[in-house]
Design a protein around this ligand. Sequence first.
Ligand code: MN
Length: 196
Amino acid sequence: MKDILPVNGHFVLPELRYEALGTVISKETLSFHHGKHLKAYVDNLNKLLDGSGLEGKPLSEVVKNSEGGLFNNAGQLLNHAMYFEQFSPTPHPMSADFKKTIERDFGSVESFMKEFEQKGATLFGSGWVWLSADNNGKLVITQQKNAENPVTMGLTPLLTFDVWEHAYYLDYQNRRADYLAALWPVVDWTEVESRL
Ligand code: MN
């Protein structure tokens, strides 16, 4: 997993490399999601980091060693950095090797996508659905509440869909399942696979 390092003791809002994702996620959603929601998590994280004893640590270490407000804001930076980075208006397809691993662990790419969408759609409240690898390289799908990230369970997180309402409400209103199903064509599999 690529970690995020603080710069002069503070975390920086990650750059968003695109303005919109075709008709999948609008410019308006991305502007609020990245420029307002994620920015607030980064600002709060930096305030809470001072005096925590975790200053200067990589983000994954902050996530693994904190609780309460600091954990929530650190987790949300890690989760959102991975979420925004994995999408592209011109995404790379899944490699043949990774497709084989998906088929080994889920039967087919279609059944993997169906299970991933279903777990995202049925997560009650706010949170994230994740694809991760365990220590043996087996792929697993988990539902995580609020700011949780699979790194706290010893897993290697690979792909995530944000199911907080702020991620989709402007474009899809209450139709969370439609938002989840629409995301596949903008997933950059080269980025996802690089996290293994
Ligand atoms: Mn979000």
